[in-house]
Design a protein around this ligand. Structure first.
Ligand code: SAM
Length: 213
C-alpha cells in the first residue's frame, strides 16, 4: 500500500465524516482538545494546528494567540471556516489545505505545533514530525493528543488485529507512544517531556515533545 493511496483514503474518509463529525466528537474529544490548546498557548502566541479538521479545537486557543490550521480535507476545512465566522474566532489567522508531511510554511515560525487526534492517521508519521520540527522555533513544543495503543498484553493483540478494519473509517488503534519516543530519541534537539492521560484514559494520551532552546 503506497503513501499516496493512504492519503487518498484519508481524504475520502474525512469527506464522509465532515457533515456529522462535530455531532459525534464535540464532547468525546473535548478534554484532550482543551488540554492540547492550553499546552500550546503556554509556549507562546504563534501556534500551528496540523489536521485542524472542522475546527473543534480553535475555540480553546486564547484570544491573543495567532493560530494557523492546516488539513488534508477541503470538506473538513470548510466546516472550520464556518466556525471561525459564526464564533468570531479572531485568533485564527489562516486555514489552509496542506499535507502534514509537506508543510508549505517557513522554518522556525511557530512557538507550538498541536496535532490533536491526527498523527495516528498519517501514513508517514515520522515524516510529518520532521516537518513539524522544521517549522518549530527552538524552545517550542509539538503537542500530540491521540488514542495510543497498548505496549503489550491482550489489548495490544486486539488493537493490532482491529487496525486494518478501523483504518477504512479514518481511525487507528495500534499507534504507540513508544513510536513518538523513538522518533524524538533519533532527532536532534527533540525530547519527550511529558505524557499524561486524557479522557478516556488509559486509551487517550497527551504527549509533549520539546525542541531544545
Ligand atoms: C480525527 S480528525 C481531528 C480533527 C481536529 N484536530 C479535532 O481534534 O477535532 C483528523 C483530521 O486529520 C486530517 N488529516 C489526516 N491525514 C492528514 C495529513 N496527512 N495531513 C493533514 N491532515 C490530515 C483529516 O482530514 C481530519 O480532518
Amino acid at each position: 500500500m503506497s503513501v499516496q493511496y493512504d492519503l487518498a483514503g484519508q481524504k475520502k474518509a474525512y469527506e464522509s465524516w465532515a457533515p456529522f463529525y462535530d455531532k459525534v466528537y464535540v464532547k468525546f474529544l473535548a478534554d484532550g482538545q482543551r488540554k492540547a490548546a492550553a499546552a500550546a498557548a503556554a509556549c507562546g502566541p504563534d501556534i500551528l494546528e496540523v489536521g485542524v479538521g472542522t475546527g473543534l479545537v480553535l475555540r480553546y486557543y486564547p484570544p491573543h494567540a495567532r493560530v494557523v490550521g492546516v488539513d488534508l480535507s477541503t470538506h473538513m476545512l470548510a466546516k472550520a471556516r464556518e466556525k471561525v465566522v459564526s464564533e468570531g474566532l479572531r485568533q485564527v489567522r489562516g486555514l489552509v489545505c496542506m499535507d502534514a508531511c509537506n508543510l508549505g510554511l517557513p522554518d522556525a515560525s511557530f512557538d507550538a505545533v498541536t496535532v490533536p487526534f491526527v498523527i495516528t492517521l498519517v501514513p508517514d508519521p515520522e515524516g510529518a514530525l520532521d516537518e513539524m520540527r522544521r517549522v518549530l522555533r527552538p524552545g517550542g513544543e509539538i503537542i500530540v493528543a491521540s488514542k495510543m495503543g497498548a505496549e503489550g498484553g491482550l489489548r495490544m493483540k486486539l488493537e493490532t488485529a482491529l487496525a486494518p478494519l478501523v483504518k477504512k473509517v479514518g481511525w487507528s488503534t495500534d499507534f504507540k507512544v513508544s513510536r513518538l519516543r523513538a522518533w524524538a530519541a533519533t532527532t536532534p534537539d527533540m525530547a519527550v517531556v511529558d505524557v499524561q492521560p486524557i479522557f478516556p484514559a488509559p486509551f487517550f494520551q497527551l504527549i509533549r515533545i520539546k525542541r531544545a532552546g
